[in-house]
Design a protein around this ligand. Sequence first.
Ligand SMILES: [Zn+2]
Ligand SMILES: [Zn+2]
Length: 380
Amino acid sequence: MRTRAAVLRDYGGPIEIAELDLRPPQLGEVLVEIAASGVCHSDLHAVNADLPLPIPLVLGHEGAGVVRAVGPGVMRPRVGDRVVLSWIPACGNCRFCREGAPHLCTTAADATREGRLLTGEAPFSDPSGPVHPFSMTGTLSEFTVVPAAGAIPLPDGVPLQMGALFGCAVMTGVGAALRTAPVRPGDRVAIFGAGGVGLNIVQGARIAGALSIIVLDRVPARLELARTLGATATVNVLDEEPIQAVLDRTAGFGADLSFEAIGSPDTIAQAFNATRRGGTAVIVGVSPPHEEVSLNAFAFPSQEKTLKGSWYGSANGPRDLPLLADLYLTSRLLLAPFVTRTYSLDEVSAALDDLAAGQVGRPLVTMALAQGKESPDGAF
Ligand SMILES: [Zn+2]
Ligand SMILES: [Zn+2]
């Protein structure tokens, strides 16, 4: 079949809205009609070659839609199921999957790096050859083919447009707080960066019962949204020195847990230095692969600090998506404030520009399925 998609052909851009061939789902794969796709900083990183992904590339990895066909051997999901796409469809059989850490699946990491699906080749093509999907998803397309393990049924009651956000920002942010850290009741938490991921760390910390949630950013509107989502204090880093600002708000000790959600050596060092003795700094932001961080070596033994990475919120999608849905349906996880503007597929470049310019919330691209056509269960 044919599908329209946002394609990166050369690092640096531009983004082309192209009509591509999409092959049928093969063994263990499903065809999904996309309803909505968020646009993430990782898409920007791919455009700027700060993420090592092969081109030509169909952008987008934060989407939800409806299964339209399944390949051989697929028991779940079924045709007609509403699904959220995971950008780590775990193989279930590598060492990390077997040890209960499917977010570290090496089979999935290899496939992502090579721009193909778990066991098959890239699903998209044009006359010049294969067109790779971003991390086995490629959600900025009207249709995509993904591994069945990466199409997780979305519980009833959650609109597909909101469900799309679960696919990256929410899973990554809430997961970092609830799974990677984890935040405990009474913790004093500092969060560096109030983008889509940082704001969801705010929500995760609130849900976990953090006593104080200090959010640092340079955009006033983002800090305002952070307060709406649960921040107890906000710091504009253009006005205050960030480490001192955290010390001032934690009785001089530093945060029990600091989260870095920007992906920059400077803010990683700030997060580490704003963590109290015996505390943990969790690095969530994705830095370009060549970046290095400089930290005081003496602080590790003498202050017993821990530095910890968090990838996709240490999430197990089939376990954690129903939890996120329940948190949303009981009004503890807020999603509507993130969607300040929606875009059509033809406006993907504008969405990326707005994201790069520090727009508040999450640019959300909606497709025909979300623009009036009813999905099978009437969620739209
Ligand atoms: Zn992302
Ligand atoms: Zn695996």
